[in-house]
Ligand binder design. Structure first.
Ligand code: SAM
Length: 153
């Protein structure tokens, strides 16, 4: 079961799955997206909706033409999508990014759906499988991977 908790003391949010935090919008996690935000342009694909914090950065980028987001869990979509910062360039697809039959070509793809407690893959296998699947469909492919279960707050 997913829920969003607000960590008032530090003024950030956490997306929790079965009471475990799977991501937050704290500064450290934002910093780990910088390489993507700096390069994002044209048609962009993101796997994993999460809290949708990527959007706030992309929406102010005039070089971004479209943003397609793939999210597996309807519960996450129900919790997040309506409140996400977005405009007519943003589109959500409800699908499993591991198995989604990808068609088309993107300028940038940001793989952001690996969650250690939820994925059937080890991190190493995940990178290999997703690189094989997604890299023929883009000019630039990047990954966000939670390195360890960090003490976040
Ligand atoms: C780290 S969060 C993504 C953060 C997000 N990019 C943001 O801007 O807030 C990981 C997300 O991937 C989703 N997810 C997990 N497995 C998935 C899969 N196989 N396909 C698509 N989404 C998946 C989770 O439900 C969660 O919403």
């Amino acid at each position: 079961m997913f829920k969003i908790s607000t960590i008032d003391k530090f003024n950030f949010k956490s997306l929790d799955y079965n009471n475990d935090s799977i991501m937050t919008n704290n500064k450290f996690e934002c910093d780990e997206h910088k390489k993507f935000w700096e390069i994002a342009k044209g048609d962009v694909l993101i796997t994993g909706l999460g809290l949708g914090f990527c959007h706030a950065n992309l929406i102010n980028n005039p070089n971004v033409t479209s943003v397609t987001i793939i999210e597996k869990y309807q519960e996450v979509i129900d919790l997040t999508w309506d409140d996400c910062v977005k405009d007519e360039r943003f589109k959500l697809i409800h699908a499993d990014a591991d198995n989604w039959e990808i068609e088309g070509y993107w300028d940038c793809i940001w793989i952001d759906h690996w969650v250690s407690t939820m994925s059937e893959y080890t991190k190493e296998d995940f990178v290999k499988v997703m690189t094989e699947k997604y890299s023929p469909h883009c000019d630039w492919l990047g990954f966000w991977l939670q390195e360890t279960k960090r003490q976040q707050y």
